[in-house]
Design a protein around this ligand. Structure first.
Ligand SMILES: Nc1ncnc2c1ncn2[C@@H]1O[C@H](COP(=O)(O)OP(=O)(O)O)[C@@H](O)[C@H]1O
Ligand SMILES: [Mg+2]
Length: 231
């Protein structure tokens, strides 16, 4: 079973607040995320990469087509069930890390597991292990405001992996970092995903980062073309 499968996805947006004009962003697009593999989507700004990622994670609905997450069609679930499915199977990393500013790095990483009902002790052990793995052993008690951009993004990676999701969805995860921090965070993310046997769907305009993944697609003219395939 694929962790996420996009079947004949079309997405249209209203072109303006008033009127019925629509623009088509994605057209009849198919994509299967393979268990244990990393997949990158590259494409120009405005080509629809974030839209595609939000649809893949059930954060937005397609106009036509369906998204199957671990065997379940998102469209068959109400909001509550959809967020439970997401919390269990998907980890998100965004360009803006969206950490909770009043909570420590450790608490931020623990949050997804606490929400899904895992015992506090167990959450803490897993969170500490992840933070140590990403070189943040002496930063666990810091609030995000006291961390550098690269450190914050590493905390966001730990949080995304906390619930051992089958798939991580990452939207320009290193887009706000300088070159040195970006390449460090890229490598840590790819290493961790591989070590833990997770799948990764990565959206980036960074070609070097993209081609470190097993599969690469180009999003252009509302659809995907394969640029590199896992051997
Ligand atoms: N909620 C929305 N309503 C209308 N248009 C949107 C909406 N979200 C995105 N778009 C448009 O869809 C296109 C693709 O956007 P996006 O997926 O953010 O591209 P990318 O991430 O590749 O830069 C853009 O032209 C954008 O303006
Ligand atoms: Mg985007």
């Amino acid at each position: 079973m694929h962790p996420i499968e996009l079947v004949s996805i079309t997405k249209r947006f209203k072109a303006a607040e008033k009127g019925n004009d629509e623009i088509t962003i994605l057209q009849d697009l198919n994509l299967s995320i393979v268990q244990g593999q990393s997949t990158a989507i590259i494409g120009k700004s405005g080509s629809g990469k974030s839209t595609l990622l939000h649809i893949a994670g059930g954060l937005d609905s397609p106009t036509e087509g369906k998204v199957i997450c671990s065997g379940t069609d998102f469209a068959t679930l109400d909001d509550k069930r959809r967020s439970v499915l997401r919390n269990r199977h998907i980890g998100f990393i965004f360009q803006a890390n969206l950490l909770l500013e009043d909570f420590s790095a450790l608490e931020n990483v623990m949050a997804p597991a606490l929400i899904s009902g895992v015992k506090a002790r167990e959450c803490k052990d897993r969170a500490v292990e992840l933070l140590e793995r990403l070189g943040l052993a002496d930063r666990m008690d810091h609030v995000p405001g006291k961390l550098s951009g690269g450190e914050k993004q590493r905390v966001a990676i730990c949080r995304a992996l906390m619930n051992r999701p089958e798939v991580i969805l990452a939207d320009e995860p290193t887009g706000a970092l300088d070159e040195e921090n970006a390449s460090e965070v890229e490598n840590l993310l790819l290493d961790l995903v591989r070590e833990e046997g997770r799948s990764l769907l990565l959206v980036t305009h960074n070609q070097d980062f993209a081609f470190k993944c097993d599969n690469v697609y180009l999003l252009k003219n509302r659809n995907l073309t394969l640029e590199k395939e896992a051997t």
